[in-house]
Write a protein that binds this ligand. Structure first.
Ligand code: PMP
Length: 292
């Protein structure tokens, strides 16, 4: 199947879609992005993703050359052109082409790219058996350096964490913040369940305000599961009844072993499983319809 990439207002064949080596996203990681899912023609939580994109842009003083509604139309058009009903959208806005200095004033126009791809997700059994995870020594960026709430193109912090997880043979990593509180996974938010209460760290601890995290918090409210958004430590993770990660690609996935400690029954627990079920009920409904 041919694949069309949205590149600054044009649709370009995959192998022709090129960005300059002077783009500051390439040279400095200067830019922002979103990862979005389409489920049966529904762009899941489209508004929430675009809100986060435009908030990240404002925070780093990046002018997105498309209005909000133009961006929505570009997303829909790219999905239609690729004939994709289900998949993953990568929306990237980089600072644009400049010179070798880092000054963003040398980049007159942002580059906007939209890629729609099939998604390589975890196999179905991973949602039952869970992932093995490890805590890593690399700490989450502190909010007054590069704020983890900004979904920037600078993912080196997360990549170093992923390398540590890979070396340990683990599927996910648990990142702590500088004070030793649990922040998030390498590219997912984290939740624990203890005695029927669902806990997740507040974003000020050092976590992205995940859209899936938000959806899970909403579902907890709807089905009457008590939630506490408060900092916790690795000890709390080790002794939790259930631990799971949330993210656009991963959805809701349990981790059944953390640093060699078996969590709960050693498989995805009842609350994680219920939340995944409830989550999958809304993914085709809550969002923006491509053919709406
Ligand atoms: N944290 C980080 C660092 C991420 O990159 C992501 C996105 N994969 C998440 C959390 C989860 O966010 P979302 O649910 O919006 O995908």
């Amino acid at each position: 199947m041919s694949q069309w990439i949205y590149l600054n207002g044009e649709y370009v064949a995959k192998h022709e879609a090129k960005i300059s080596v002077f783009d500051h996203g390439f040279l400095y990681g200067d830019g922002i992005f979103e990862g979005i899912r389409i489920y049966n023609g529904n762009i899941f939580k489209c508004k929430e993703h675009l809100d986060r994109l435009y908030d990240s842009a404002k925070s780093i003083m990046l002018d997105i050359p498309l209005s909000y509604s133009e961006m929505e139309r570009a997303l829909i058009e790219t999905i239609r052109k690729n004939g994709m009903n289900d998949g993953y959208i990568r929306l990237v806005v980089s600072r644009g082409d400049g010179n070798l200095g880092l000054d963003p004033r040398r980049c007159p126009k942002a580059n906007v790219v939209i890629i729609v791809e099939q998604l390589a997700i975890y196999p179905p059994e991973a949602y039952v058996n869970g992932l093995k995870s490890v805590s890593v020594s690399t700490r989450r960026n502190i909010p007054d350096a590069l704020n983890p709430k900004i979904k920037s193109l600078n993912y080196l912090n997360n990549i170093l964490v992923k390398i540590q997880a890979n070396l340990a043979g683990a599927g996910e990593a648990i990142m702590l913040n500088a004070q030793g509180y649990v922040a998030e996974g390498s590219s997912d938010n984290i939740f624990i369940v203890k005695n029927g209460v669902v806990f997740t760290p507040p974003c000020y601890v050092g976590a992205l305000e995940g859209i899936t995290r938000g959806a899970i918090l909403e579902i907890c409210g709807k089905i009457g599961l008590p939630v506490r958004i408060e900092p916790f430590t690795l000890h709390d993770v080790y002794v939790a009844d259930e631990v799971f990660f949330t993210g656009t690609a991963a959805e809701v996935i349990a981790t059944c072993e953390v640093d060699g400690r078996v969590i709960g029954s050693g498989k995805a627990g009842p609350i994680t499983t219920r939340l995944l079920e409830e989550f999958r009920k809304i993914v085709e409904i809550d969002g923006l319809k491509v053919n709406g």
